[in-house]
Design a protein. Structure first.
Length: 449
């Protein structure tokens, strides 16, 4: 699918630059409008496709080349239509890509060593590439923006699927929860502030920032590295960046607060928007009495539910203080799919505890109050879970899987729309393909008759 390939190729953006720097004889393999495709582009995209799981076949070169030509056709049309993307979009996407690359390669320093360039230089090289990709994506969104499907189209789409090709849907579960987090009081915040102030005093008095960060920092991402963080403007929360960009190299900030807790920062290096710093985070912690209060509150909630003295919806409104689920009847959204249903693979990645709690439950059953840790905000609370629904493994059907089939029908309609758009635009664009690829059996009529 064209849509899928663009996402994959964009995710492995760094390989493009690497491929272009290899000492090989490069040549133009295709041209669409004013945009050329080099042999190194093709090789880089092949490598990315293989990394993403695409099977290596004799037709692979042709398949990848057609995807690249489609991307350039989108870019060519975007320029003709004067489609724009903002500098903020480009910068944001660049930071996202750099974070992915850093995770893959083992940090920003290793990334700079790999390229033999500073992050600033890498950004300068990537910026036009990223902007072109965003323009292509925006053009594609323009083509498919108004596409919807009617119930009849969904039904017709499903009826055309051969019976032996109807997909098997894994068991699907959906859950609701009531969570009460212990309240962080002013006294709890003051205790954290005072602790960090004492740490700062010790550092300015001669103790090692590195050692103090390893011992005291509650930031799991940087504590083991002595609090070291390498970042660029826009990557961290505003209070953190305000502190960083107010410092001179070697300075240590005063204690400041963000949504995560209390921080101090020492600036190690800064070049433009890029900086290296050390950081200590102290998160305010509630007392045992506060946790006990939450437990008693949830025990009361559980008793009312079991005695049918309160409905589930009323219990959510009355007892939950979880901002993510309180306004939605406690329904827990699957962050991987964006749906309200979960399969076992997703559950194992996000919330293993919930499966252990509900494995033997029937639809509508609730768990006893249990200690719960929110993995995103690293908060402890007490929660009750309700099994909202359980659908066993089954062949897809319109009654149980309408939303899934509707999305498939929409994607199919979008793909047909894109294919028709390609055929229309090919005739209006200059297209040249190297003779080495004249035998390719492309899906679309790229060759001039």
């Amino acid at each position: 699918m064209i849509l899928k390939f663009i996402t994959i190729s964009f995710l492995f953006l760094a390989t493009i630059s690497f491929a272009q720097e290899r000492k090989v004889v490069d040549k133009i393999v295709a041209q669409v409008g004013d945009n050329i495709i080099l042999m190194s582009d093709l090789e880089a995209q092949k490598l990315q496709a293989i990394q993403a799981g695409m099977a290596v076949t004799k037709e692979m070169d042709c398949t990848v080349l057609e995807e690249l030509m489609y991307n350039e056709l989108l870019l060519n049309q975007a320029k003709l239509d004067s489609i724009e993307v903002s500098d903020e979009q480009v910068d944001s996407e660049m930071e996202n890509r750099l974070r992915v690359l850093e995770e893959q390669i083992g940090g920003r320093e290793k990334l700079e060593q790999f390229y033999g360039k500073s992050v600033t230089q890498i950004k300068e090289e990537f910026r036009p590439i990223i902007k072109d990709r965003l323009l292509s994506q925006e053009m594609e969104r323009t083509i498919t923006a108004d596409i919807t499907v009617t119930p009849k189209e969904v039904s017709d789409f499903f009826s055309k699927i051969p019976k032996d090709s109807i997909p098997l849907i894994n068991a699907q579960l959906s859950f609701q929860q009531i969570v009460h987090y212990p309240e962080i009081t002013k006294a709890d915040k003051k205790r954290a502030f005072d602790q960090l102030s004492e740490i700062r005093k010790n550092i300015t008095g001669g103790k090692s920032f590195d050692t103090q960060a390893r011992i005291h920092s509650m930031d799991p991402g940087s504590a083991a590295q002595g609090g070291k963080i390498t970042a660029s403007r826009g990557m961290m929360v505003p209070p953190f960046e305000a502190a960083v960009f107010s410092l001179e190299v070697g300075d240590i900030s005063d204690v400041f607060e963000s949504s995560y807790g209390y921080h101090i920062v020492k600036l190690l290096d800064r070049k433009g928007d890029d900086y290296v710093c050390q950081h200590i985070l102290i998160i305010p912690e509630y007392t045992n009495d506060a946790l006990e209060f939450s437990a008693l509150k949830m025990d009361s909630c559980y008793a009312l539910l079991k005695e049918n003295k309160i409905t589930w919806d009323d219990a959510v409104a009355r007892f939950s203080n979880d901002e993510m689920t309180k306004q939605n009847k406690g329904i827990i959204t699957n962050p991987i799919s964006g749906e309200q249903t979960w399969d076992m693979e997703d559950l194992n990645q996000v919330d293993q505890q919930i499966f252990l709690l509900t494995d033997n439950m029937e639809k509508g059953d609730i768990t006893n109050p249990n200690l719960y840790v929110d993995i995103y905000e690293r908060k402890q609370g007490i929660r009750i879970v309700r099994l909202m629904d359980r659908k066993p493994q089954h062949l897809a059907n319109l009654k149980d899987d309408y939303a899934l089939i509707k999305r498939a029908a929409e994607n199919d309609k979008k793909q047909r729309t894109i294919n028709n758009w390609i055929k229309t635009k090919i005739g209006n664009a200059y297209v040249r393909i190297d003779e080495s690829y004249q035998d390719c059996q492309f899906r679309n009529p790229w060759f001039t008759k």
